[in-house]
Write a protein that binds this ligand. Structure first.
Ligand code: ADP
Ligand code: MG
Length: 625
């Protein structure tokens, strides 16, 4: 939170009961986005709020909503759409904490993966605010279990992320099903064209509030990187953990298997650690975060999606064990530390071949990431020895050693050796798990030099604007680059082809598949390849070697009320014709330029190029490298 506040919460027009709660929570002054948004939202006006993560957007919309709620009306008066369950839960928790002094206030979080009946019960009992992920909110609207007749406000939280996850059609659909006179507040960190379109189509003369803090979120976070060879990452990490003075630490890896693997290795090294990934059930995830909060766990190893939005003040360090593929993910990751105005430290492990990704991150955040080297064997030795000394002195000071002295004296006389020798033997024993004298290790002791890979890297670095999927306005000029960006994310991932038993006749759109798979299987949407939709079934490309757990999850997913029943098929089954249709954008129509949405078509992957320049077969193969 920055310091340029103006006035206190009461002066923004918030009622006393809310101001009291804020005081109890420890918010002294509104953050800039809060100071500017709250008065506008209180008047009922639409709002477009542009601000980075960590700027306090939740309270910016939650407080005016709470101020305007009529507790006598037992129907939802505000609906907040959030991209993931974690964020939905977090928003609901924030509401609860702000509503401490608002007895009778009820909020229901609704998200996929949770038992529908519990949610139905909650909704039936009557709630004032609903916060949910788009898919589940749609489900409830379809079953008429969510009554929006008294809705006053809709908030789209992290709109760009919802776009990125393929939910934008759903968001629009939901907006279409809200009363015409409702207030809409849209919050986003970036403003891709599809979000602009939503703003134009669904917001009524919105007040635009932009918090110029491109770098603010990361300002108070010290950012370092260490160059390390891929095979030595775990050893490098161990050295880092040994010298860093951390309280809570969150570590990011690329795969779910790595979360589990590293958690086990760190446990074995004596760190209280846990994995956090999309395969782990919601309940367990909540338990893990709670344990991290309470200090029962110090290290959480997570994938991006699983860790999004985690807000645990005691996280002092973020370790990027695997460098993120995109810059935005980096900012989100390191934003897990330095919460609520504290300072934090982010450490990135970079292998020589990944140096271009590092440069790209620096360029996009406008901040340098400082190279540091690992502690050397000698430094570790010095450190261990001095800690050992200290613990000896402490023990001499604090413990009654009578019996032990006798024991030493006995050994001494039996073996006819000096006290020095006995002490040395004991010291040796005491360190056997973790040697005091660290052997030299050339690979880790000496700084690694990165390879230079110009040209290709320079281009790869241009991945600024994400979430362009589905926005077609500026396609022409982004064209070439958009295509390359798409293929970047695919070229590195070999894909398999899968068939799912849901199709056009079920109302399936590509965005449904992307959203469901990304959310349920915790897969980044850019790991989801081409999609081809037929009448009764569809095809989707997914990375090779999916774990059996992911396979299980994917089989169980329901989309459009039908189980996916996903199963692998031969890549040649992927229909060339549909591929071609689809990648033009939402079906063959787009060739005529009449498709206004282009939604959910995986535009950022196929996007950009005129389809006519492309033979489907080539395109398909290009994906497979
Ligand atoms: P965003 O949604 O913009 O990423 P959050 O709403 O999650 O940000 O807020 C980030 C953190 O800042 C949370 O821990 C929140 O409790 C804290 N916070 C929000 N507003 C204030 C404030 N006015 N004073 C102190 N802390 C705040
Ligand atoms: Mg937020």
């Amino acid at each position: 939170m920055s310091n340029d506040f103006s006035g206190d919460f009461a002066s923004l027009g918030l009622p006393e009961n809310l101001c009291e709660s804020l005081k109890a929570i420890g918010y002294e002054l509104p953050s800039p986005i809060q100071a500017q948004s709250i008065p506008v939202l209180l008047t009922g006006r639409d709002l477009l709020g542009l601000a980075q993560t960590g700027t306090g957007k939740t309270a910016a919309f939650a407080l005016p909503i709470l101020a305007n709620i009529d507790l006598n009306i037992n129907k939802p008066q505000a609906l907040i759409l959030a991209p993931t369950r974690e964020l939905a839960i977090q928003v609901a928790e924030a509401f609860q904490s702000y509503a401490k002094n608002t007895p009778g206030f009820h909020i229901a979080p609704i998200y996929g993966g949770q038992d529908m009946r519990a949610q139905l019960r909650q909704l039936q009992r009557g709630v004032h605010v609903v916060v949910g992920t788009p898919g589940r909110v749609m489900d409830h609207l379809r079953r008429n279990s969510l009554d929006l007749s008294r809705l006053k406000t809709v908030v789209l939280d992290e709109a760009d992320e919802m776009l990125r996850m393929g939910f934008i059609d759903d968001v629009e659909w939901i907006l279409e099903h809200t009363p015409a006179n409702r207030q809409v507040a849209l919050f986003s960190a970036t403003m891709p064209a599809a979000i602009k379109k939503i703003t134009t189509n669904y917001l009524n003369d919105p007040e635009r509030i932009q918090i110029e803090s491109k770098t603010k979120t990361v300002d108070r976070i010290e950012q370092n990187y260490v160059m390390v060879s891929p095979s030595r990452k775990i050893d490098a990490l161990t050295r880092i953990l040994e010298v860093e003075d951390f309280d809570g630490l969150i570590m990011f890896v690329r795969t779910k298997t790595a979360t589990v693997d590293l958690a086990q290795r760190l446990e074995a090294r004596g760190y209280a650690s846990a994995a956090l990934n999309g395969d782990i059930n919601q309940k367990q995830r909540e338990i893990t975060i709670e344990q991290l909060k309470k200090g029962k766990i110090d290290i959480v190893i997570a994938t991006d999606v699983a860790a999004r939005g985690i807000d645990v003040p005691r996280i002092t360090h973020v370790v990027n064990y695997d460098i993120p593929y995109d810059n935005e993910a980096y900012v989100h990751r390191i934003g897990r530390t330095g919460r609520a105005g504290r300072s934090g430290k982010a450490i990135l492990l970079v292998t020589p071949r990944e140096k271009h990704l590092l440069r790209s991150i620096e360029r996009s955040t406008g901040q340098a990431i400082t190279e540091t080297r690992l502690p050397t064997s000698e430094e570790l030795t010095t450190r261990r020895v001095s800690q050992f000394r200290e613990s000896i002195l402490e023990t001499l000071d604090a413990q009654d050693l009578g019996e032990f002295k006798d024991l030493v004296a006995e050994v001494q006389s039996e073996a006819n050796v000096s006290a020095d020798e006995v002490a040395a033997a004991l010291a040796y024993l005491a360190q056997s798990d973790k040697p005091l004298f660290v052997a030299k290790d050339k690979m880790l002791d000496e700084p690694l030099v990165a390879e230079r890979r110009e040209g290709r890297d320079g281009r790869r670095d241009e991945r600024g604007d994400r979430g362009s999927r589905g926005d077609r306005g500026d396609r022409g000029d982004r064209g070439d680059r958009g295509e390359r960006r798409g293929s970047n994310s695919f070229n590195s991932i070999p894909m398999d082809c899968y068939r799912v038993e849901v199709g056009r006749n079920d109302g399936l759109r590509p965005g449904d598949l992307v959203g469901a798979i990304a959310n349920e299987a915790n897969m980044r949407s850019n790991n989801i390849g081409q999609i081809a939709i037929n009448d009764t079934h569809s095809f989707v490309q997914l990375p090779q070697n999916l774990s059996s757990e992911v396979n299980q999850i994917l089989k169980r997913i329901y989309v459009r009320n039908k189980p996916l029943n996903l199963h692998k098929v031969d890549s040649s089954d992927f229909p060339a014709k549909q591929r071609r249709e689809r990648s033009g954008g939402g079906g063959g129509k787009s060739d005529r330029g009449s498709n206004s949405g282009g939604r959910g078509d995986r535009g950022s992957n196929g996007g950009g190029r005129s389809e006519r320049n492309f033979k489907p077969r080539e395109r398909f193969q290009a994906r497979e490298h």
